[in-house]
Design a protein around this ligand. Structure first.
Ligand SMILES: NC(=O)c1ccc[n+]([C@@H]2O[C@H](COP(=O)([O-])OP(=O)(O)OC[C@H]3O[C@@H](n4cnc5c(N)ncnc54)[C@H](OP(=O)(O)O)[C@@H]3O)[C@@H](O)[C@H]2O)c1
Length: 237
């Protein structure tokens, strides 16, 4: 049976790959992106009946409500909710003396709070079998953190990890699985020039394939496995 997916930040990178994969499988996709761009407009033309594309900033509750309104009207359960939208600013790669806390608040809003803003509005459509993926990062692992800088990105991703745990605590008994996933170091806009030139960074498609595998075997994954890499390896909080 065809499934329904909600995907944020769908314009490019990992989210775009996930959207394409679901559409190719015949699923219905509600794609949220800040401003429509060519590649998503093309995809919407290719899948006019199943790809519902909305301009939506994940910091804007009214835009989230509008993007999800057709799904709410249809009353169909959301099978997959991927919170992928995220941002990183190179200026954050500095020590405390140079960290621009006020300037970095947008990054915090997007990375830490964007996911729960969307889940909050989608909550009436979550149910038994729904899988929520919050794409966080290894940068959110307090245990693994060895960086002497990047305060705001790391802190925003640690907060997103915490939101995954609390959502899991709230929804697990209703049959909803919630995962915080590190997608790997990817050659995307966010990955920047260092990822683009690296021989070890991966293409976002590889990450999407790994996440696809995880969500499709969600029912077999032990309840304590919540924070994982895209390859399904457990991460320490
Ligand atoms: N790339 C990596 O190496 C890496 C590593 C660890 C974790 N991650 C995480 O993986 C996720 C996907 O990143 P990616 O590498 O695929 O990056 P990407 O290609 O740059 O995609 C990020 C997407 O998020 C969207 N976005 C940013 N702010 C938004 C907002 N306020 N509202 C709605 N959409 C917004 C961007 O839209 P615009 O085009 O409008 O900016 C873009 O479509 C992010 O959460 C990132 O933090 C990435």
């Amino acid at each position: 049976m065809n499934k329904t997916a909600v995907i944020t930040g769908v314009g490019q990178g990992l989210a775009f790959c996930l959207a394409k994969k679901h559409l190719e499988m015949g699923d219905e996709v509600y794609g949220l992106e800040r401003d429509s761009i060519d590649q998503t407009r093309q995809l919407a033309k290719q899948y006019p009946d199943t790809f519902h594309l909305s301009d939506c900033d994940v910091c804007n509750t009214q835009q989230i409500k509008a993007a999800l309104a057709p799904a709410l009207a249809a009353g169909k359960q959301i099978d997959y909710l991927y919170s992928v939208a995220g941002m990183f600013e190179e200026e954050d790669r500095v020590g405390i003396a140079d960290t621009d806390i006020d300037g970095g608040m947008k990054m915090f809003e997007v990375n830490a709070l964007g996911g729960i803003r969307v889940v909050k509005e989608a909550a009436p459509l979550l149910g038994k079998g729904t899988v929520i993926v919050l794409v966080t990062s290894e940068a959110g692992s307090i245990n693994n953190c060895r960086r002497p800088n990047m305060y705001l990105y790391d802190m925003s991703k640690a907060a997103a990890n915490m939101s995954a745990r609390v959502l899991s605590n709230e929804f697990y008994q209703q049959g909803v699985r919630v995962f915080a996933i590190h997608p790997g170091w990817m050659k995307t806009k966010l990955g920047g020039i260092t990822a683009a030139e690296s021989t070890t960074a991966i293409q976002p498609q590889e990450s999407a394939d790994g996440i696809w595998d995880i969500v499709n075997r969600a029912a077999e994954i032990p309840p304590t496995w919540e924070y994982m890499t895209y390859q399904g390896d457990l991460m320490p909080w």
